[in-house]
Design a binder for this molecule. Sequence first.
Ligand code: C2E
Ligand code: MG
Ligand code: MG
Ligand code: MG
Length: 290
Amino acid sequence: HAKERGRNKYEFYKHEMNKRVVERQSIEAELRLALERQEFVLYYQPIIHLLTGKIVGVEALIRWQHPERGLLPPEQFVSVAEDCGLILPMGRWVLHEACRQAQAWNQAGLSPVTIAINTSAHELRAKDFIENICETLAETGLPPHLLELEMTETVLMRDTEDTNSVLRALVEMGVKLAIDDFGTGFSSLSYLKQYPTDALKIDQSFVSQMINNKDSAAIVSAVISLGINLRKRTIAEGVETAEQHALLLALHCDEGQGYYFSHPVAAGEFATLLASGITSMSQAPADMNY
Ligand code: C2E
Ligand code: MG
Ligand code: MG
Ligand code: MG
C-alpha cells in the first residue's frame, strides 16, 4: 500500500500544482485587465529630514484597487507581474503617474519633494528604460534631480557592465539613485564602490530591532557611518517609535520613513500633509491592513 500512498501523494501534489498554475494564470489575466481598466493606484509615504522634521521626499507605493477584493498590497501581485512581463507596462505607468503627481504638487506651490520610485530588475534591463525616463521627465516637466530611483542590491547584482552604463546615464541626466533594503542583499560593499548611488535605505528589519537588539543597533550605526564617509544620504525605513526616531537622530541618520511619521496615504492626503508640514504621529492607518 506504500505504492498506493505514494500515488495518492503524487496525485495530491499534481492537483496542488495545477491549482497554483491556474491561480497564477488567473491573476495574470486579471492583471492585464487591471492595467487596461486603470485599477492601480499609488499611495505616498513621506520621507522626513530628521534634523528639521520637514518632509523632503515621498515614496510612491503601488496598490491594486481590486473590484472585489479591495485594496491589495504589492506583495500580492508585483512578483506575478515580474514573471509574466507585465511589470514593464506597470512600471511605466508608475513612473509616469508618480512624476506627474510630484510635478503637480510642485506647481501647486508646495515645497518641492523628491519622488522615490521602486524599480525592478526587469525594468532596469529593458532596452528602452533610459529613453522612457527621459520622455517621462520631458512630458511631465519634473526636474530630474527630484526623481530618485530605488533599487535593491539584487537588482544591482546582475549584468554589472550593462547595469553600470545604465546607472551612469541616469546620473548624467541628474536622476538620483538609492539602494533599497540596504543590508539584506549580497556583497553590498563592492556595489558601493562600483555604482554611483546617492542614498542608502537602511532596511526596516534592522530599524525595527535596533532598540532591543545590540547587533541590529550596531548594523544601523555602521551603515550610517558608511553613508557619512561615502557622502551618501542615509534613510531609515520602517521607523515606528519615538525611541527609534531619537536613536536615529543621535546616530546622525539623515532621513526617516515609517508609520511613526505617517502611513502611506492617498495623493490628496499627502498634499494636505505637505501643505501643513505636519506628519501626524498618532494617526490611524489610512492604508490597507496587512
Ligand atoms: P519597499 O520599497 O521597501 O517599501 C517599504 C514598505 O514598507 C512599504 O510596503 C511600506 O508600506 C512599508 N512600511 C513603511 N513604513 C513602515 C513601518 O513603519 N513599518 C512597517 N512594518 N512597514 C512599513 P508596501 O507598500 O507593501 O510595499 C512593499 C514592497 O513592494 C516595496 O518595498 C517594494 O519593494 C515593492 N513595491 C511597491 N511599489 C512598487 C512599484 O511601484 N514597483 C515595484 N517594482 N515594486 C514596488
Ligand atoms: Mg522602496
Ligand atoms: Mg525598502
Ligand atoms: Mg523593504
